[in-house]
Design a binder for this molecule. Structure first.
Ligand code: TF8
Length: 337
């Protein structure tokens, strides 16, 4: 059976109003998008990545297919960033802290005790200065879409409960490969060792390191409770995640395709923050059930730690420049706690 060409074309256009025969701003083509992340599938990061894939499929009528790769199966944050820059991978989500070697302005989010609530972090990250820092990625071959929440970081270790500054002494602590984190924990007196997240569980299990710091959610989803005894509630810094795209690949997309990805990332951000906060609120009780010994640090001791961390803040200022640092601080002060 032969159908007239025009009828076929008309039918195709009716079924898919965005489709056209040549590349236009409103084109949506069939594309495969590899979206990598470091945590397990069963984590706040994994749940959000899955939702992102679903939202993109829905908005593109199945043409844009996001394939998610969890547990660092495409590599550590650093390796994925390089793949994005080179165009070998399309998308990822990871810590802003692992981007500092590429875009030094990202170090502003590593300032210890910068935010005092998650809502304050939202206001600053989603505001003009958050955008400004994100846009700095473009000159390095990356496009930032949105910030997701990793969360306030807390300390676990196998040596002792950390109640006072002095308790850090001699603790071999894994930190993210990031100069501000390294400096902060050296200042606390810990033996700070930078390691990619993908090597962390094994390092704890084999006792190559004594401890680490991450949000409650990650301590749960990565099962650190199996290999860590003490959990100290420090909330020493708020960690953002950032969803990034290969610029090389992004520049070849139509405006409609870019819009679909951006809107899905924004929708997912709102889900992810809520999901993360709900999980974090329940996590401490669960970690206790799993046998972790939990302690809080008295306010006066937190104050001592803050003072001890002051040179790390000077390092942030050095790295990002006084102007950006002040701008962020002004936005923090403006945002409600
Ligand atoms: C860390 C970070 C990690 C994230 C994740 C792999 O400790 O908090 O959890 O970078 O995306 O390395």
């Amino acid at each position: 059976m032969k159908r007239p060409l025009l009828a076929v074309l008309t039918a195709a256009m009716l079924c898919s109003p965005l489709a056209s025969l040549s590349a236009h701003a409103d084109d949506v083509r069939s594309r495969m998008i590899r979206f990598g992340y470091g945590l397990n599938e069963n984590s706040n990061q994994g749940r959000a990545a899955k939702l992102f894939a679903e939202e993109v499929a829905k908005a593109s009528e199945g043409k844009l297919k996001v394939r998610t790769f969890g547990a660092a199966s495409l590599g550590s944050d650093d390796q994925m960033q390089s793949a994005l820059i080179g165009g070998a991978q399309e998308m990822m989500v990871g810590s802003t802290a692992t981007l500092v070697g590429i875009t030094r302005e990202m170090a502003v989010w590593d300032t210890p005790f910068l935010f005092s609530s998650a809502e304050q972090a939202d206001a600053v990250l989603d505001g003009p200065v958050g955008r400004q820092v994100m846009d700095k990625l473009e000159e390095k071959g990356l496009v930032g879409l949105v910030y997701w929440e990793n969360g306030f970081r807390n300390l676990t270790n196998n040596t002792r409960a950390i109640n006072r500054l002095e308790d850090f002494s001699g603790v071999k602590l894994r930190v993210m490969p990031n100069p501000v984190f390294l400096e902060t924990f050296k200042l606390m007196g810990a033996n700070a060792v930078p390691l990619p997240f993908s090597e962390l569980f094994t390092a704890l299990e084999t006792k190559a390191v004594d401890g680490q710091e991450n949000p409650f959610n990650t301590i749960l989803s990565s099962k650190f409770y199996e290999v860590q005894k003490y959990l100290t509630v420090t909330n020493h810094v708020y960690s953002p995640w950032i969803v990034t795209v290969s610029k090389r690949w992004w520049d070849g997309l139509s405006q409609t395709e870019q819009q679909i990805l951006l809107e899905a990332a924004q929708k997912t951000r709102d889900f992810e923050r809520q999901d993360t906060r709900e999980e974090a609120a329940r996590a401490l009780a669960q970690l206790k059930d799993k046998g972790m010994q939990i302690n809080e640090v008295a306010p006066a001791e937190v104050q001592r730690m803050r003072e001890q961390a002051a040179p790390a803040i000077a390092k942030v200022v050095d790295t990002v420049g006084q102007q950006l640092f002040d701008q962020v601080q002004a936005e923090v002060d403006k945002a409600a706690r």
